[in-house]
Design a protein around this ligand. Structure first.
Ligand code: CMC
Length: 392
């Protein structure tokens, strides 16, 4: 194997050069195209941020209006795609249904699958961003057995998404501007995060010249794991279980520190951040106002705050530089807004889609790109002779 070096989990190996997202993990800094996440989260919209990630510059007012218009034109799915959603069993995990939905979207868009044709890539970009709220909402609707809603042109991207998820033909969803603003912010915070597991997967699949829909669906699948985006569901389930079992923060923390228990404090730790995750900091600053009407969520929030305090003053967490990550507080907000826990990660996927697309496009624009093909260190048997089955 010559000069091959082993780096499990790619802890020290850069797989690409990128001009999209900058993270300084020691300082807790996150920037998209050079703009601090704090400024984007408080001042930009999600589609404006998506434009920035994908095209490299903040849009002018005309460019943004044009982008919003094109995206909104593509929110309606082919009517036959509804049949796909009817087929899944009640209770199917929305992430499974979402990844299947994105693959189906590709099958319904066979005229924009060529990764080398710029016009087709542009159409697929708009088609994916436009369809994602509908795909995610239908994944939810199919899991709870409610009828599907159609998007409405007069509504914004986030408004449409919330109505598609929570509206029903008998009870129109009432749009609350505070909730819309919260989701604009949450989606911006999730929009890109350089070479995390799902983004690296998107690039890996893209490197074989598979079509962009196949890459995005692969991203959804990578994101679904509890060590990655699935952590938002896992955090809420952890908090609920702790309350049900009546376990206090200190006892639980002792379980976490006992490596043999296999218990982790979900929503804590990060490969790159060795400081407070700036996304978690922003979310935490909004959590109080967003949970004000929900007594159940407030009890879980108290527990989360207690776990954070206990962890941040504990030698185990200090030594390892473990801080809350983006997933620690989001589940509490989603729960207070009525989302079931198994739908949380689809919200992450909706937010991350523009980042995946931007990274896929950057990969394809690189003239030096190569198929992703890691090496290995072989540790198996040396050559031996085949033994006929009768002699084994
Ligand atoms: N609870 C308890 N111990 C932990 C935790 C945790 N959440 N995270 C890391 N550690 C320990 C780990 O056991 C190891 O200890 P030791 O050095 O004694 O072996 C040390 O801290 C370093 O951790 P690591 O597992 O080597 O770090 P990694 O970079 O390979 O893994 C991680 C990063 C995010 C997978 C991990 O911290 C983790 O499993 N966290 C919980 C799941 C989670 O919240 N994931 C969301 C990540 S952020 C958003 C996203 O990507 O979706």
């Amino acid at each position: 194997t010559g000069n091959v070096t082993l780096d499990p989990g790619f802890v020290n190996t850069a797989s690409c050069s990128s001009a999209i997202t900058f993270i300084d993990g020691n300082a807790g800094v996150l920037q998209y195209r050079g703009y601090p996440i704090e400024q984007l989260a408080s001042q930009a919209t999600f589609l404006e941020t998506s434009y920035l990630l994908i095209y490299g510059q903040l849009p002018t007012a005309d460019e943004l209006a044009d982008f919003e218009h094109k995206v909104s034109d593509r929110m309606l799915l082919d009517e036959r795609m509804r049949e796909l959603y009817r087929m899944f069993p009640r209770g199917a995990h929305p992430m499974q249904v979402l990844s299947a939905g994105i693959m189906a979207l590709g099958a319904f868009n066979r005229d924009n699958l060529d990764p080398h044709d710029d016009a087709q890539v542009e159409e697929a970009t708009l088609r994916l961003i436009g369809s994602m709220p509908t795909l995610a909402a239908y994944a939810y609707k199919s899991s709870v057995g409610e009828p599907f809603m159609y998007p409405q042109k007069k509504l914004s991207y986030v408004e449409n998404y919330l109505r598609l998820s929570f509206g029903t033909p008998v009870a129109e969803y009432e749009i609350d501007p505070a909730v819309v603003k919260a989701f604009e912010t949450l989606f911006i915070l999730h929009a890109d995060h350089e070479q995390n597991c799902s983004t690296a997967t998107v690039r890996m699949v893209g490197s074989s010249d598979a079509n962009i829909y196949a890459s995005m669906s692969a991203g959804v699948n990578a994101l679904s794991g509890p060590l990655h985006g699935g952590a938002n569901q896992a955090v809420l389930e952890m908090l609920v279980k702790l309350r049900e079992d009546g376990l206090d923060a200190k006892t639980f923390m002792n379980q976490v520190k006992d490596k043999k228990s296999g218990v982790k404090l979900m929503g804590f730790g990060h490969r790159v951040y060795k400081n407070y995750d700036p996304r978690a900091r922003i979310i935490k600053s909004h959590v109080d106002e967003l949970l004000r009407n929900s007594s159940k969520s407030n009890a879980l929030l108290d527990l989360a705050l207690e776990l954070e305090d206990t962890a941040l003053s504990d030698e185990y967490f200090i030594e390892r530089k473990l801080y809350p990550n983006v997933d620690f507080y989001t589940g509490l907000i989603y729960e207070a807004m009525g989302f079931p826990a198994n739908y949380f990660t689809a919200l992450f996927a909706l937010g991350r889609l523009p980042g995946w697309i931007a990274q896929w496009r950057e990969e394809h624009a690189d003239p030096k790109r190569k198929i992703g093909r890691p090496r290995q260190i072989y540790i198996g048997e040396t050559e031996r002779d085949y033994v006929p089955i009768t002699e084994r």
